[in-house]
Write a protein that binds this ligand. Sequence first.
Ligand SMILES: Cc1cc2nc3c(=O)[nH]c(=O)nc-3n(C[C@H](O)[C@H](O)[C@H](O)COP(=O)(O)O)c2cc1C
Length: 201
Amino acid sequence: MKVMGFIASPRKEGNTAWIVNQILEGAKVHGAETQSWYCSDLDIKPCQGCWGCHKGDQGCVIKDDMQKLNDAIDHADAIVFGSPIYMMQMSAQAKIFIDRMFARFSPRYSPYFKEENAAQKKLILTFNQGNPDSSLFQSYIDYTKHMFELLEFDVKEVPVVTGMRNGPAHERKDLHTVMKDIGSSLVSERFPEYRSTETVP
Ligand SMILES: Cc1cc2nc3c(=O)[nH]c(=O)nc-3n(C[C@H](O)[C@H](O)[C@H](O)COP(=O)(O)O)c2cc1C
């Protein structure tokens, strides 16, 4: 099983990176092949709205590092997508990546339309935020989960880590096991129902 992590934070050693990598580590110890992609290492330009991806059959006409990511997505069985909450929403880096995924849904290009099962890539969507109040962005997080489901991802869990203003994620001993367990569930497919949109305060 191949699991790809996308870290949509500019901080390579920040909370998002740590959380995504812990989840990947949990998957790895259960035999998965994993790879982390840091947006800060990548050149991903915003969608230009040219509809070139729908007019031609070559996918997105912008030639940048999104090609590498599309390739990684094509070969992944599961994706771990992590973003910090910035101004009550996902980071700009996360949004640029998602907008560029529009090209994947062109009937002329997309593997989603060519392979019967390609639509069912598993996804762990994870957010983290400074504020300790877990209810603040819940409706936005639910909405984002729904968006990924409309994009045909099989969203398995949406762990939201709160209270990052009180200290970095890696210092939170409780998170070590919780995050690794989520990664191992990706491989074992044993997802406890109660954990599906867990908030870790
Ligand atoms: C530009 C910016 C905007 C932020 N907006 C919010 C916010 O609206 N609500 C919140 O709880 N935390 C907010 N935060 C805090 C981050 O979500 C938090 O520190 C997060 O853990 C950062 O992730 P990172 O370590 O991967 O960069 C913001 C941080 C930045 C830099």
